[in-house]
Ligand binder design. Structure first.
Ligand code: PHE
Length: 477
């Protein structure tokens, strides 16, 4: 058995940045806004925030605690903690479901979208965004007419890329390649250090974008859209989608935080770290929403455009703002980095397992897991073009999910985020509350009886499991 895949995090800062780096990614800037858009805005946002606090945080604390307790790859960690409580080793399957079903499944399409981000770096650098405004169809127009014309340009740009499967495969391969390379080499001090500078930089650029949106976009409309809930729009599907988004965004249930917890020095406070991770993650998602929706409304775009939303909105603004070529390029560079610090954490659980269990070396494990994710990802690539209208579950009557055509991409995303993640969260909360020894959890968290520990324990034991069961059943039926 290989020893620890990497040693302990070099400092509390390093851990926080790695964990925040994992949490903050496409889920915040790409997925959150379009999920909010597809699910009616503010009501979704508020439910999402409630889930982050009452379900996400407890599960995050559970994963870090169990991870540190077990100190191995997610599957073996859970086995160890179960055995310590004299429970069945088969509980380790929760780790397997997460790392393989969730982690690799998610990485498969995460990488396709991240590939688009890479493509947009190049587009930005070559001034593609300002060309929208310079196009003869736009020049000379003002007001709504100009907006409508520029919208057509921006949509054409992303649609051309969608329509080109070969290009999409290349970008997808490039992104998986980078991920595999970093994971294979081990997460070295260089990456820890890079993340420490780059995450604040991303935050900074987002703030600039919000400022720009505030000044030029329909900011008030965006605020109303994001924060004035109309609960009559809430269905059981909205609630399930919000729970899925909370798990997705906090990097839960796929082994990531279990794996990161295993490298966590004993002296670091788990509950404080969890609070910082959750607050940063939610902060970035909301700020991204505030950057994007004012532009969506200002240019007459549809908030429920789906996965192409940020690729259509932001470039319009970059094309119009002074220095947009630089900011636009930089934004996509930082987004790519945010995506990489997440994708490595998606691959890590499977890789650490292959290493530990199968005795494969790190390179082999990473290439093997990466190839699996790449291959599954091809289904998503073709869902944007050749197979856009193909509905693999059409034969059992599933042709649409939440208004989107149920092609491979929609189905994989739905399965991961709305089934595997909520079920994984349910199992993890149940495991932490009912299977693992209460005193082990308490000792590992370094908390006294009562207080925060008790609140956490009640949440994972009595609140999360029934609430999740209810949400899953009503959301799926
Ligand atoms: N949290 C990441 C994001 O928001 C995605 C992710 C999910 C990463 C699960 C790791 C594990 O982009």
């Amino acid at each position: 058995m290989a020893s620890g895949v990497h040693e302990q995090w070099s400092s509390r800062m390093a851990f926080i940045f790695a964990a925040v780096g994992s949490a903050v990614g496409l889920g915040n800037i790409w997925r959150f806004p379009y999920m909010a858009g597809e699910n009616g805005g503010a009501a979704f946002v508020l439910i999402y925030i409630a889930f982050v606090v009452f379900i996400g945080m407890p599960v995050l604390m559970a994963e870090l605690t169990i991870g540190r307790r077990g100190g191995m790859s997610p599957i073996n960690t859970i086995k160890k903690v179960a055995l310590a409580a004299k429970k069945h080793p088969r509980w380790s399957w929760i780790g397997g479901l997460g790392a393989f079903g969730g982690g690799l499944g998610l990485l498969s399409y995460y990488s396709v979208i991240a590939g688009l981000v890479l493509a947009y770096i190049i587009k930005g650098a070559f001034g593609a965004f300002s060309k929208f405004w310079a196009d003869p169809s736009v020049a000379g127009l003002t007001g709504d007419a100009a907006n409508a014309a520029v919208r057509v340009q921006s949509a054409a740009e992303i649609n051309t890329l969608f329509a080109d499967p070969a290009m999409m495969v290349i970008w997808h391969l490039a992104f998986i390649g980078i991920t595999v390379y970093i994971v294979a080499r081990g997460i070295n001090a260089g990456l820890e250090k890079a993340v420490t500078y780059l995450m604040p930089a991303l935050f900074f650029i987002l703030l600039i974008l919000v400022g720009y949106s505030m000044a030029t976009g329909e900011f008030a409309m965006a605020i109303a859209y994001l924060f004035e809930p109309d609960f009559s729009k809430v269905t059981s599907e909205t609630v399930l989608a919000a729970v899925g988004q909370a798990f997705f965004s906090l990097s839960l249930t796929v082994g990531t935080m279990l794996a990161y917890g295993a490298y966590l020095p004993k002296t670091i406070s788990i509950h404080k770290s969890a609070a910082i991770i959750a607050a940063s993650d939610t902060g970035v998602a909301l700020i991204a929403g505030l950057a994007i929706f004012p532009l969506v409304f200002a240019y007459g775009l549809q908030p429920d455009a789906g996965p192409s939303l940020i690729f259509e909105t932001l470039p319009i603004a970059f094309g119009a703002m002074p220095g947009g070529q630089i900011f636009g390029t930089l934004f996509f560079v930082l987004l790519a980095i945010a995506a990489i610090t997440s994708s490595i954490s998606l691959l890590e659980p499977a890789v650490s397992y292959f290493e530990e269990k199968q005795g494969m070396n790190r390179w082999k494990s990473a290439i093997f897991a990466g190839t699996a994710a790449f291959t599954i990802g091809l289904l998503s690539v073709f869902s944007y073009n050749t197979w856009a209208d193909m509905t693999p579950l059409g034969f059992i009557g599933i042709t649409e999910i939440n208004g989107a055509t149920a092609n491979f991409y929609t189905l994989i995303d739905f399965t991961v985020a709305n089934i595997i993640m909520p079920v994984g969260g349910l199992l993890l909360a149940f495991f932490a509350g009912w299977v693992a020894l209460r005193k082990d959890m308490m000792e590992e968290m370094g908390l006294p009886e009562g207080g925060i520990f008790e609140i956490w324990h009640v949440l994972v034991k009595y609140v999360c499991p029934p609430v999740l069961i209810f949400i899953i059943i009503s959301g799926l039926t």
